[in-house]
Design a protein around this ligand. Structure first.
Ligand SMILES: [Zn+2]
Length: 217
């Protein structure tokens, strides 16, 4: 168990109310950015105010509200790698499958520098994150688990929300697959695990196992 103090800042991007997380160890100047959204200026403002620079950009999946800030961050920090699940990497550069074109704001992100899948570990900015494949909302959706914390934190993107689950009506979505991702993977994490979702407020695994109206254990 690491003793260094972590800080997780959430930056809300409109119009989809998407949560970008900035995760950092307090005695370091670098950080991780998870799911940079449609208002990257808010991310820049936080980083500048706290003299931080990103060591990596992690995307839980390739939908536009979770990748829109990648290009802006890459422009300022070209060496900063973009990391995404292997099966969602193609969405970064495809306005149709990243859903930006269907929603009327076509956009693309730079190509992935690294793709990940279940079992991979990302070690950046003094933070180790485990990767789990969690398809159902998007075929290549992954979650990132910050395990050496008490309690554990998990960045769940659009798989599991407080009292909700991700939409499954997109072309590569499937509700049964989403249920399996949640029941067989996320609900096996300890009950006090803090869930940091892509939209809405934080929750815990135990709370959702007991009360989520869509998927219970
Ligand atoms: Zn999504």
């Amino acid at each position: 168990m690491s003793t260094a103090k972590p800080t997780i800042k959430v930056v809300l991007s409109m119009p989809f109310g998407e949560n970008t997380y900035i995760a950092q160890i307090d005695d370091r100047s670098d950080c991780l950015i998870i799911d940079p959204g449609l208002e990257p200026d808010k991310i820049f403002a936080y980083l500048d105010r706290h003299s931080r620079h990103p060591a990596a950009i992690l995307c839980t999946h390739g939908h536009s509200d979770h990748i829109a800030g990648c290009a802006h961050l890459k422009q300022r920090w070209p060496e900063c790698p973009i990391i995404i699940g292997a099966k969602d990497a193609s969405k970064l550069t495809d306005p149709e499958t990243n859903l930006s074109a269907p929603f009327g704001i076509p956009l693309i992100a730079p190509r992935a520098d690294r793709t990940v899948e279940e079992g991979d570990i990302i070690s950046v900015a003094g933070i180790d994150l485990d990767v789990l494949d969690t398809p159902g909302h998007s075929a290549g959706h992954v979650v990132y688990i910050w395990r050496d914390r008490d309690p554990i934190r998990v960045f769940t993107g659009d798989v599991l929300f407080q009292g909700g689950v991700g939409r499954t009506d997109f072309p590569d979505g499937d509700f049964e697959t989403l249920c399996r991702s949640i029941q067989e993977k996320l609900y096996h994490l300890p009950d006090d695990t803090i869930v940091l979702p892509g939209h809405g407020a934080p929750t815990t695994i135990g709370e959702e196992k007991r009360n989520n109206p869509f998927v219970r254990l």
